[in-house]
Design a protein around this ligand. Structure first.
Ligand code: UFG
Length: 343
């Protein structure tokens, strides 16, 4: 299939592009590069060893998005594009609702117009909010997130469910990511946050490489084995494979819309991840314990059984591999991708 990956130059999108190509699909990237780097394209092409079609496009722009679909025989869309920083969404909610909802409506509108009915959507475990107990199952209800970013995922899931329910032939997979980490084994692509990382793994990696002095552990008085928060970290290459499994499954899906958790089902604490990273990198990761971070849950991990049963997909990579691959990427790109070019 020719699969359009919106946000295809981003962290999850770029790994998904590679996974699609490896599986024999053709990947077409659409990205506005607002939170990604143009150098990614060259790197993807060097790994995949094929030219990759890439369109710089604003997906909130109806005409530009329409042109994208007019140009090219798209069979399916993986919609990864969107703003994704939880904290930023609290201070700029209008921007988050405007961008994430508008771009999804614009892409879905163009799909409807051009007869494209297969859609895989980048959702998030944040849709489960604080009201459910781990392991989190897709049947948890109601969905509610504690922040505007997460609410955009809840609302978009609802919009896509309504679109699929109109019985016009849509098939929609809602992929609820847990905590994507790691990088491609080549060390050429990985997570490249701008500014101070919000998420644990890139922060730990930047401490290990000497770019930041120490990690602040956000609370060690949770009701968990070591008192720190537990999450379901999933290797981004496994996550990318989950997207391919979902695209391939759409036509045989029993219902028109279906949510799938993409996680390992195994919780790891903050200190557990720090220890694994120290072992993988051979570097010390100094930390101090600070107060809890607003809105954080003690524990969040997936029940991944539906994806295993229905998509035939399961995460394979361990925390050790997640840390080793992150470290390889971090060492090769100590200041991120912006100042580096592929040699
Ligand atoms: N943490 C620290 N110090 C840091 C950063 C994080 O101790 O500097 C802790 C957090 O308190 C939490 C754990 O590390 O216990 C993981 O935090 P992340 O920020 O890496 O991830 P979250 O689980 O908070 O959020 C992530 C994504 C969201 C998504 C959510 C879904 O960032 O986009 O998972 O569950 F919505």
């Amino acid at each position: 299939m020719r699969v359009l990956v919106t946000g295809g130059a981003g962290y999850v999108g770029s790994h998904t592009v590679l996974a699609l190509i490896e599986a024999g699909h053709t990947a077409v990237i659409a990205d506005n590069f607002s939170n990604s780097n143009r150098a990614v394209l060259e790197r993807l092409e060097s790994i995949a060893d094929v030219p990759i079609e890439c369109h710089e496009v604003e997906l909130t722009d109806d005409e530009a998005t329409d042109r994208l679909f007019s140009a090219g025989d798209i069979d399916a869309v993986i919609h990864c594009a969107g703003l994704k920083a939880v904290g930023e969404s609290v201070s700029a909610p209008l921007e988050y609702y405007r961008n994430n909802l508008d771009s999804t409506l614009t892409v879905a509108g163009a799909m409807a117009k051009h007869g494209v009915r297969r859609l895989v959507f980048s959702s998030s475990a944040t849709v489960y909010g604080a009201g459910h107990t781990s392991p989190l199952s897709e049947d948890s209800w109601p969905l509610e997130s504690s922040n505007p970013y997460g609410q955009t995922k809840v609302i978009i899931e609802r919009m896509l469910t309504d679109i699929a329910a109109a019985n016009t032939g849509w098939k929609v997979a809602l992929l609820r990511y847990f905590n994507p980490v790691g990088a491609h084994s080549s060390g050429l692509i990985g997570e490249d946050p701008r500014g101070i990382p919000n998420n644990l793994m890139p922060f730990v990696a930047q401490v290990a490489v000497g770019r930041r002095e120490r990690l602040t552990v956000h609370g060690d008085d949770y009701d968990t084995a070591d008192g720190t928060g537990e999450r379901d970290y999933i290797h981004v290459v496994d996550l990318a494979a989950g997207h391919v499994a979902a695209v391939d499954h759409l036509d045989s899906m029993a219902t028109d819309v279906r949510a799938f958790n993409l996680g390992t089902g195994r919780p790891t604490s903050v200190l557990g991840l720090v220890g694994a990273f120290e072992r993988a990198s051979g570097q010390a990761v100094p930390y101090v314990v600070g107060p809890r971070r607003d809105g954080d849950l003690a524990v969040a991990y997936a029940d991944p059984s539906r994806a295993r049963a229905e998509l035939g997909w399961a995460a394979a990579r361990s925390i050790e591999e997640m840390c080793a691959d992150t470290w390889r990427w971090q060492q090769a790109n100590p200041t991120g991708m912006s100042s580096q070019l592929v040699s």
